[in-house]
Design a protein around this ligand. Structure first.
Ligand code: AMP
Length: 583
């Protein structure tokens, strides 16, 4: 199926795209060639993300270029040049050494978008630790699950977040050696320390130790449908994908001012909010403030943003609120806009052209992929509503439901099936921490199965159809229904719970819970409020249900599992499919 395609005329490009011809680049692409554009550790002792992102620029012509420009919520600006960032991340690596942290240990962060988070990430890579960011809007329960499953050795957080979300269960985290508080001016206890004080005492000279490209570097938790979140393991070699997608998809080059609006608590905020822009040698804007349409337009204008990577949830909100006054902002520096995380509707792509002066380029990828896999490229035709074409070096296909057998590739166009990627790209996840069986289940023969349903048109463009499982995407964030159900059933009045995503014009999907009550409980407004409040407190606003429906009996299959599929179909008045199995 073909919608009205958009192609930017060649004369409207102010600079030649890094990928001038998609087909030609795809035909001659080799992953080995990407190493040629990277530096490698001095002395040929391996590949380290932090060297590619920071040290190589700090020791070269970009040393005095601003690497990160941080905007505080109250609009104070702090700038970090590549040379400065090298010294700060050296200090961080040295303080890990002082604390006797081992290579491979997990260093978790639970912070808003503050400079310490970025320094900790890059310093961790240098040291050979494993960076594991947690979203600061998680409640205590998701935080506990992730700290416990990662066996975190160090947690970097603020006094407030520590008191609110961690202190209560710290004794249940035997692996957690230290909590480092970013805003404490003195050590609080023997293992609850002040990060600024440790910084002050640490040397700013550090030599990155030999790093194998396959050494573990990042751990990102992603939601499952049937269990607690899984930790997707990524290695230093992922930097090849960060670099090449920064170059080809985001079209980055030194001199650019790049703004990725994602929070590092999610994979986009780490791969494209920290690593890719620095590897490409640009100035990366980090906004510590929350979404606000006026603020965002102001940032685009005042920071002279040239390349912007954002998400459909934000775009929908901007589309709704962008008044004439906002349209008066001078966005003439903006050259290229991309989006990720949820379907980007065709009207949003066109809204970009009308209001921002450029169509929005959709990109698709997942936590497990480590970097952008499918995209609309600056020089290629955009099919509004389509996710685009596979990255050079990536083979994507629609496969028939594999059912344990080798996936069968669908060759005819416009057939809905499972979106799969030929395994082996450098940023492919290397495991789910401690869950080998789940990892093996993600593959069928040579193919990694994404869990998404999609179709491919006759010209090779991929179109998102939906998730093939019960995972919910709300405000662009993955929520696993199991995690929410587990907390709801801990409420004393709740017998059982089934959690689904319902379509929502702003959030994409909103989390909705169907609950049956224990005998003797009255389904009234007070109980409704109480359960909502309980869930919000335990799970945090990013994960908690927005809606709770009391239902006497929840549909279940013969194994006694709540059938979310049926709850959803009934609620939305959709065909209920095979209903032979519920009790
Ligand atoms: P995460 O692992 O949290 O990054 O979420 C990955 C999931 O987000 C994918 O499996 C898709 O379901 C969804 N997603 C990401 N990008 C897109 C996109 N461009 N269009 C539609 N869905 C997307």
């Amino acid at each position: 199926m073909k919608t009205q395609a958009i192609k930017k005329p060649a004369h409207t490009f102010t600079v030649r795209p890094n990928l001038p011809n998609y087909e030609a680049a795809r035909a001659r692409f080799s992953w080995a060639d990407v190493y040629k554009d990277l530096d490698g550790l001095p002395g040929g002792v391996g590949l380290n993300i932090a060297h590619e992102a920071v040290d190589r620029h700090a020791d070269g012509p970009l040393r005095d270029c601003v690497a990160i420009r941080w905007l505080s919520p109250d609009d104070t600006v702090r700038e970090f040049t590549y040379a400065h960032l090298k010294r700060l991340t050296n200090r961080f690596a040295n303080l890990l050494k002082t604390l006797d942290i081992q290579r491979g240990d997990r260093i978790c962060t639970l912070c808003d978008r503050i400079p310490d988070l970025y320094i900790a990430a890059l310093g961790t890579f240098k040291y050979g630790g494993v960076f594991c960011p947690l979203f600061s809007a998680f409640g205590p329960e998701p935080v506990f699950q992730r700290l416990s499953r990662s066996r975190a050795a160090v947690l970097i957080t603020t006094e407030r977040l520590f008191a609110l979300k961690v202190a209560g269960f710290r004794h249940r985290l035997p692996h957690l050696k230290y909590v480092l508080l970013t805003d404490a001016d003195r050590h609080v206890g023997p293992d609850t320390l002040s990060l600024p004080r440790l910084f002050d005492g640490a040397s700013d000279r550090f030599s990155i130790p030999p790093t194998d490209p396959n050494d573990m570097a990042i751990l990102h938790f992603t939601s499952g449908t049937t269990g607690f979140p899984k930790g997707a393991v990524h290695v230093h070699d992922a930097v090849r994908v960060h670099y090449i997608t920064g170059k080809y998809v985001l079209d980055l080059r030194p001199g650019d001012i790049f703004w990725c609006t994602a929070d590092p608590g999610w994979v986009t905020g780490t791969a494209y909010g920290i690593i890719a822009p620095l590897v490409c040698g640009v100035t990366s804007i980090v906004d510590g403030g929350d979404f606000d349409a006026g603020r965002w337009f102001r940032i685009l204008e005042s920071q002279k943003v040239t390349v912007w990577y954002t998400a459909p949830t934000a775009i929908r909100r901007l589309m709704r609120t962008a008044s004439e006054a906002l349209r008066q902002h001078d966005l003439s520096r903006l050259r290229h806009i991309c989006s990720v995380g949820e379907p980007l509707a065709a009207d949003a792509v066109r809204w970009g052209s009308d209001v921002l002066g450029h169509p929005i380029h959709d990109t698709w990828w997942q936590t497990e992929n480590g970097g952008i896999m499918i995209a609309n490229y600056p020089s290629a035709e955009i099919r509004p509503g389509s996710m685009g074409l596979p990255l050079p070096g990536i083979e994507a296909a629609i496969v028939r439901k594999p059912d344990g057998k080798t996936a069968e590739v669908v060759t005819e166009p416009d057939v809905t099936g499972h979106l799969a990627l030929r395994s082996g790209w450098p940023s492919m996840f290397r495991g789910y921490l401690g869950e080998n069986e789940k990892y093996a289940k993600s593959f069928s023969g040579d193919w990694y199965l994404s869990g998404d349903l999609a179709r491919r048109d006759a010209d090779g463009y991929f179109w998102f159809v939906g998730r093939g499982d019960d995972i919910i995407k709300t405000s662009g964030h993955m929520v696993g229904p199991f995690e929410v159900e587990s907390v709801l059933t801990e409420h004393p009045a709740v017998a059982e719970a089934g959690v689904i995503g319902l379509p929502d014009p702003m959030l994409g999907e909103r989390v909705a819970a169907f609950v049956s009550l224990r005998p003797g409980m009255t389904p009234d407004a007070a109980l409704h409020r109480d359960i909502l409040g309980f869930a919000r407190k335990r799970l945090g606003p990013a994960v908690a249900p927005r809606e709770i429906v009391f239902q006497e009996i929840l549909p279940k299959n013969r194994a006694g599992k709540v059938m979310r599929r049926l709850l959803k179909a009934r609620r939305l008045g959709l065909p209920q499919g095979d209903t032979s199995t519920p009790e």
